[in-house]
Write a protein that binds this ligand. Structure first.
Ligand code: 13P
Length: 262
């Protein structure tokens, strides 16, 4: 089966793997993965482990298609923002992607649509690829509001983006009820949501750009359920939490994506 675009398999380490453990995990992942010429891999460590991951990747042969991402940043150039990290600081460390609006940031840290929109625009302006996360709660789905919720998050998050910039975007659909719960959404349900996201992107940016934007799924994706998800037409990869913390499970997902591309 041949997909219309390269899969992106991204690992979100969240607040796990300190810099002393990062090298071992990265080397282990790269060793287990081997050559996967048809898949882009992204690792998003905590800030303090970024340099170690960067150094490990530079010393590994064949790690060219493993990219480095961050889990957050603050959308200002510099200044009195105690505790924050700027996009330029991340770029300096070789970071290419940044996760924006993860449900944990929205709920635990009160990040609202206005701030997330500012982050998306700022990331694009500084050559960081934004991975904008959207997702509904169990309650919202139970009330049949999931499509409306996701559309609302997307419209606010993507406000003011020009069509020429939009093709650099990555969207991650992460239903809140599936994150870290072992409860994976069934492939047909995810595909349906991804299609409605694609349709909204089409309205916003036109068909060509919409077709080129990667839409990832996140929420308890594992080696044993990723194949049926990745086979769906509008699922262009995964944003993986728990299973990205173990080299074997993360490498298995990457290898499955590579096989599906052949
Ligand atoms: P899990 O894969 O642990 O469910 O986490 C998903 C996620 O939140 C990735 O950003």
């Amino acid at each position: 089966m041949s997909k219309r675009k390269r899969y992106l398999i991204a690992g979100n380490w969240k607040m796990n793997i300190s810099s002393s453990d990062a090298r071992e995990l990265v080397v282990d992942i790269a060793g287990k993965v081997g050559k996967v010429p048809k898949v882009d891999v992204l690792i998003c460590p905590p800030f303090t482990s970024i340099p170690e991951v960067k150094n490990s990747l530079s010393s590994l042969a064949g790690a060219e298609s493993i990219f480095l991402g961050a889990q957050n940043f603050y959308p200002e150039k510099n200044g009195a923002y105690t505790g924050e990290i700027s996009a330029i600081m991340l770029r300096e460390l070789g970071v290419s992607h940044v996760i924006i609006g993860h449900s944990e940031r929205r709920t635990l840290f009160g990040e609202d649509d206005g701030l997330l929109n500012k982050k998306v625009l700022y990331a694009l302006g500084t050559n960081l690829i934004p991975i904008l996360c959207v997702g509904e709660t169990f309650e919202q789905r139970k009330n049949g509001r999931e499509v409306q919720v996701i559309a609302g998050q997307l419209k606010s998050g993507l406000r003011g983006i020009f069509q020429t910039e939009a093709k650099k975007l990555v969207i991650a659909y992460e239903p809140v009820w599936a994150i870290g719960t072992g409860e994976t959404a069934v492939p047909e349900v995810v595909q349906k949501m991804h299609l409605s996201i694609r349709e909204l992107l089409r309205e916003l940016f036109g068909p060509k750009t919409a077709a080129s934007i990667k839409i990832l799924y996140g929420g308890s994706m594992k080696a044993d359920n990723c194949k049926s998800l990745l086979q769906e037409n509008d699922i262009d990869g995964g944003l993986i939490g728990g299973a990205s913390l173990q080299a074997t499970s993360f490498a298995d997902i990457i290898k499955i994506a590579n096989e599906l591309s052949e």
